[in-house]
Design a protein around this ligand. Sequence first.
Ligand code: COA
Length: 389
Amino acid sequence: MSAGIKLVAKPGEVEFPKGMEGMISRESTKSFVNGAEGFLCYNGIPIQQLAENSTFEEVCYLLMYDALPKETELAAFNQRLLQYREIPDFTYETIYGMPAYTTHPMAALRTAVSTLSLFDESSEEDTPSALERAGINLIAKLPTIVAAVARSRQGLEPVHPRADMPLATNFLYMYTGEEPSPLYAKVMDIILLLHADHGCNASTFTAIAATSSLSDMYSSVVAGICSLKGPLHGGANERVMRMLNEIGTVDNAEPYILNAIARKKKIMGFGHRVYKAYDPRAAILHGYAKDVTRQAGTEKWLQMAEIIERVMIDKLGKKGIYPNVDFFSGTVMASMGIDPSLFTPIFAMGRVPGWVSHILEQRADNRIYRPRFIYTGPMDVDYVPMDER
Ligand SMILES: CC(C)(COP(=O)(O)OP(=O)(O)OC[C@H]1O[C@@H](n2cnc3c(N)ncnc32)[C@H](O)[C@@H]1OP(=O)(O)O)[C@@H](O)C(=O)NCCC(=O)NCCS
């Protein structure tokens, strides 16, 4: 038992932060977020340097093995990812059997990822190598699942993965059926890279809590997906685009936001539990948003986004409310022709190496997660028979 924690605590006896804000869950080598300064690094390397020089696959390796790979190591890692891209027929059938009108793509992703474990004969094997293999399998297969989910919703046949293109390019190819432009391929790679890890966020915490009971890699990643689905976490990017569509015109952006602020409405894509300065991932995506909206002819969305950003920072910047990663990722992906309902599944594709790395890290020094509640209900209550209630 840790010092200072009482076995029995009455309401008001122990202070605790709502939403576990700032509480330490464990030590980690994976990523560091300095919210006051708007800084993020993976294994010590600033996110800007990774966005400039690295690739999503290399970042997956970095997070999983705590070092940049040598050329041969990256080639071997890529080979493993390539070999695992195709998904079982049963997973395609599950996706195509889902009711299109009532299935949110995140619900489809959650269900489809669950099926993967059924076809991994070592999914229940509790060894570091089986966990690692399952992790790589998940990183490789999520894009195939997300693309199949997207196409099934449009009544289109799936496009099977190819082994001659990087993961992000191959995803866009499977989604559209066409090889993407170099700019779109690069931007998708950056989007995945920027989402790869982010400290002890809600979904990573959920994945770690699941694996801490020695549950398998697939179940733990599904737990992460379930948490990411919520609008306060991964679901915000979809809602940013919904808001831009609701605003409709550049002229309406400022009055809409001023009105929303006056009504104390939360603006999606702004604010963060940790960042109280500009989210560095949003700054990187803002740069790419200029190129993408120009190529796509959707400059209007960027103009609207920039007006919203200006008004929000002007009115709420002093409270530490700045754009977060979801704000510009929505504009960028919509301009690339991606349906907003796919934004959160794409976030999951990017975050899976983070979940996998933290699951492996947790398992290397595991102790079951077991926080406590302060019980505030009544005590010493006698059971009342049904006819006396
Ligand atoms: C991310 C988020 C959940 C963080 O929540 P949190 O740390 O619990 O912060 P709170 O919700 O307590 O907000 C603190 C204050 O800032 C305000 N605030 C936070 N986010 C805001 C937003 N997006 N728009 C307007 N005001 C916001 C709150 O209203 C609150 O104001 P108050 O002190 O006057 O009551 C929250 O900022 C949010 O809901 N953002 C929108 C969703 C989003 O973009 N999520 C993606 C995160 S990457």
